[in-house]
Design a protein around this ligand. Structure first.
Ligand code: PEP
Ligand code: MG
Length: 883
């Protein structure tokens, strides 16, 4: 069995499409080597070894040792250096690399292969003792922390003491002799902590680091990250062992990270940061404020530090060539890491770059315009859920802003909330429903739960590629990073700037698109839906088959949905029109009436309101289909609750309050969701549906006369279980339609159909379709009744079901395709058999969920209907489902 794949030396054995086996980093290093880019040679230990490791009590496959030895030999030959040879030592880095990128979640060890003897050898060979001993102390610190589990603070203390004793301010002030003294203390500290000395044997070092990387796959922060990003634990990580190149050998050395396009805006401009004379993690860790790659970047960010383009123009040009090569090859924006060793460029990583939702749109649209991808691919590349970020408000430019500090615009969007200083506090307060802004000097992988809970993240240190910035962009949280004027004091839980002190719990607003930090809450405005958004949505529309409708009953919702591209209303819940304070009393009178006459009297009060509602909806939807569902109230939602409400009803109807009380008790149901609701109400009190039908049809007559447009009403009967119910109620609707046509002299078309939201209705769909002209799957109730799971109570125990893996998703959010989905498939097939042109749609919450929409496409529904803000998501998801 082959467990080890080499790259960059004599031959490269991997490719970009071998991510599952080699992890993202390993596969892309191999791919870059294949492209002839300068990649330091190395080898990848496969993810299969990780799987083996966990399946076999943390042991390796027996062949692994020989394969690693052979791979190390190849590196030695390529570099002309020998692992552990004091005269000419080979040094390597050991890094994790899973299939999906998990930034900062797992462990890395640099400079491996250094010990007392090889450090001295490196000093001699490089002619730079300071560099050699600085590298050795970094290695001891990193290795001890990552592999031997010795806490950082031991090393920090030693270093701080040395600096104080010698009056040094910066690490760079320390001489080779200083570092040697620090190293002696480091080694003593390790021996004191572990009871044994720091390992001098380079083989022991190598296997220790490999074991630590595999071990880190199961550490707490990696587990959290996987949970948040739906990454299965059994994927495993690969381990990459690669020859070291040094960005810290002097001022002709550097290290940096870059994006081939701007990850915040998507602009086609090289975007990145670098540090002169620094090693690997220094840029991402936010310890020193990095410099910009390009002059444009430097100017845009008003930085005083020189750009790489100015400092090392030749290497910069070479890097820019690499950028173009990679974009052409991968046909996507890349996130790259590089090191310059004595003016020679080396590529350490490339991967598809994380980006904000606006950047994703711009990049997809631009790549399609540049001819690198086609429109379908552009549509495929946008995560429908991410559109949410674009549809939500941004700061009102006219609103007053008390700007107290400015940092980098690290992740766009505006957020206001209470200031908190720890990730735990962010999580706690957010759990209580509070909006919070997590404020930190810098963030680390330990903070991700708090970053996830917060509305926004503010840091005082670190650049656009700092941990805070990268993670916030990935999560879609607003982030301002590196607001250096703010001073955070964790002890007093305050932050201050120029005489202003902000305490924990005070409200601030951050604007991740400008980098501004403001006092208090700043008002917001609705987003513009033009430009790239409109272009991409246009492409999506041309590629999808299903129509997208909306669930709406108020004029505001209907207008919002049309603005977002809804092609009709798929569900108008008429009972929602009755909660209005003007109307609720009449509704209560109607429900509580003991006779038909009493009900008719109350209904007569409601009819003009209803007609007005429908006139508005038909007008707004000008000619698009509008599905109006007749009354479906679980009665308990409308009954008067308080003495005062009962007194009100008594007064309005001229009855005595005791009688009202008595009637309320009489109407009380043990299971209102399965009680006297839906069509059962129409069956027992047909005058209710009669009134609604009259309101609908007179509105149709009026609007078609005044606007001259054809109105397309679809009258929908809820909670049907039998064909008979539908027959009876359709007869009522048809009769009223005829009456309205006769009395107004206007003829119009309409359809009568039903919700399918009971298992019996799904099974008997063939029969029901003899009467129904359309079906709309009410998957909220259909889920409730198929599982026998209360919509209103399941929240209390469903999380435990998910935790135990009984259900993967909340079935009220993502359709249970196996069970509820099978009923939909059955109903679709049987309904179509009876009535081949039957119109089919879905109007439960699932109509706005991308995975469920994909199922609807598979079954061949005609449309999905969802809440207004989900309409663009549904348009895109429907296009992706059709591709
Ligand atoms: C449904 O049950 O899926 C539905 C859309 O109706 P409601 O949510 O109003 O019960
Ligand atoms: Mg329902």
């Amino acid at each position: 069995n082959k467990w080890v794949y080499c790259f960059g030396a004599d031959a490269t054995e991997g490719r970009a499409d071998m991510k599952n086996l080699l992890g993202g980093k390993g596969a892309n290093l191999a791919e870059m080597a294949n492209l002839g880019l300068p990649v330091p040679p190395g080898f990848t230990i496969t993810t299969e070894v990780c799987t083996y490791f966990y399946a076999n009590g943390r042991n390796y496959p027996p062949e692994l040792k020989a394969q690693v030895d052979a791979a190390v030999k190849q590196l030695e030959q390529a570099m002309g250096a020998t692992f552990g040879d004091p005269a000419n030592p080979l040094l390597v880095s050991v890094r994790s690399g899973a299939r999906a990128s998990m930034p900062g979640m797992m462990d890395t060890v640099l400079n491996l292969g250094l010990n007392d003897a090889t450090a001295a050898g490196l000093a001699k060979r490089s002619g730079d003792a300071r560099f050699a001993y600085d590298s050795y102390r970094r290695f001891i610190q990193m290795y001890s922390n990552v592999v031997l589990d010795v806490d950082h603070h031991h090393f920090e203390e030693i270093l701080d003491n040395h600096k104080r004793d010698k009056n040094h301010n910066l690490d760079t002030d320390l001489s080779a002799a200083d570092w040697q003294a620090v190293i002696e203390d480091y080694k003593k500290a390790v021996e004191h902590e572990l009871g044994k000395p720091f390992p001098q044997d380079v083989q022991e070092q190598l296997w220790g680091a490999v074991g630590a990387v595999f071990g880190s796959w199961m550490n707490a922060r990696a587990n959290t990250y996987r949970k948040l990003h739906d990454i299965p634990a059994d994927w495993g990580t690969a381990v990459n062992v690669q020859c070291m190149v040094f960005g810290n050998m002097g001022n002709d050395c550097a290290t940096g990270v870059a994006f081939t396009r701007n990850p915040s805006t998507g602009e086609n401009a090289f975007y990145g940061e670098y540090l002169v004379n620094a090693q690997g993690e220094d840029v991402v860790a936010g310890i020193r404020t990095p410099q910009h790659l390009t002059i444009a970047g430097k100017e845009a960010n008003k930085s005083d530090l020189p750009a790489m383009e100015e400092v090392m123009p030749e290497v910069f040009n070479q890097l820019n060539e690499v950028r173009l090569t990679l974009e052409k090859h991968y046909r996507d924006m890349q996130d790259i890491e590089f090191t310059v060793q004595q003016n020679k460029l080396f590529m350490l990583q490339t991967r598809n770059g994380k980006r904000t939702a606006p950047a994703a749109l711009k990049i997809a649209v631009d790549l399609a315009s540049e001819g690198l991808i086609d429109k379908a691919e552009a549509v495929r590349r946008i995560d429908p859920a991410s559109l949410d970020q674009l549809l939500h408000p941004t700061l009102d430019p006219k609103a007053e802003r008390k700007v107290i500090a400015k940092g980098l615009p690290a992740s766009p969007g505006a957020a206001s909330g209470k200031v908190v200083f720890t990730a735990d506090e962010a999580e706690t307060l957010a759990g209580q429903g509070e909006a919070v802004i997590l404020c930190r000097v810098e963030t680390s992988p330990e903070d991700i739960h708090g970053m996830h809970a917060a509305r926004g993240i503010l840091t005082t240190r670190g650049g656009m590629t700092s941990h805070a910035a990268v993670v916030a962009r990935g999560m879609g949280r607003a982030c301002v990073s590196g607001a250096g004027d703010l001073r955070v004091d964790y002890k007093t839980r305050t932050m201050s700037v120029r005489g202003v002190t902000i305490k924990e719990g005070d409200i601030v607003t951050i604007d991740g698109s400008t980098g501004e930090v403001m006092l208090g809450q700043v008002p917001t405005i609705q987003p513009e839906l033009s430009g790239d958004f409109a272009t991409l949505m246009g492409w999506a529309d041309s590629l999808r088959r299903m129509k997208i409708r909306t669930n709406a009953e108020t004029p505001l919702d209907a207008r919002t949905a049309r603005k977002f591209g809804a092609e009709g209303i798929g569900l108008s819940r008429t009972e929602h029109m009755f909660f209005d304070p003007d109307r609720i009393l009449a509704v209560r009178e109607m429900i509580l009436a003991e006779s038909e006459a009493g009900r008719r009297a109350a209904l007569a009060k409601l009819e003009p309101f209803q007609k007005k509602d429908f006139v508005e909806l038909f007008t707004i939807m000008s000619g698009l289909p509008v599905t109006i569902r007749l009354l479906d109230p679980p009665l308990h939602e409308f009954l008067p609750n308080t003495e005062a409400e009962m007194a009100e009803v008594a007064k309005a109807t001229g009855t005595d309050q005791l009688k009202v009380n008595h009637r309320v008790v009489q109407l009380h149901e043990a299971n209102p969701m399965l009680g006297h609701r839906g069509c059962r109400l129409g069956i027992t009190y047909p005058e209710i549906y009669e009134m609604q039908a009259r309101a609908i049809f007179s509105a149709v007559a009026e609007v078609s006369q005044t606007t001259g447009e054809t109105v397309m009403p679809e009258v929908m009967i809820p909670l049907i279980g039998t064909k008979k119910e539908l027959d009876i109620l359709k007869a009522v609707v048809d009769r009223v339609a005829k009456e309205v046509m006769d009395s107004t002299g206007v003829t119009f078309e309409y359809m009568v159909g039903t919700m399918i939201e009971l298992p019996r209705a799904a099974l008997k769909a063939g029969e029901i379709a003899e009467t129904a002209e359309f079906f709309s799957y009410g998957t909220n109730d259909l889920t409730q009744t198929t599982f026998g799971l209360s919509r209103d109570d399941a929240g209390a125990f469903l999380p435990e079901y998910q935790r135990q893996g009984i259900l993967e998703h909340d079935p009220f959010q993502t359709l249970d395709q196996d069970g509820v989905g099978e009923l939909i498939a059955i109903a679709t097939e049987r309904g179509r058999k009876t009535r081949p042109n039957i119109k089919l749609g879905i109007c439960g919450e699932h109509g706005g969920d991308p995975a469920s929409i994909s199922f609807c496409e598979k079954v061949g529904l005609d449309y999905v209907s969802c809440s207004p803000y989900r309409v663009p998501i549904a348009r895109l998801a429907a296009a992706q489902a059709a591709l």
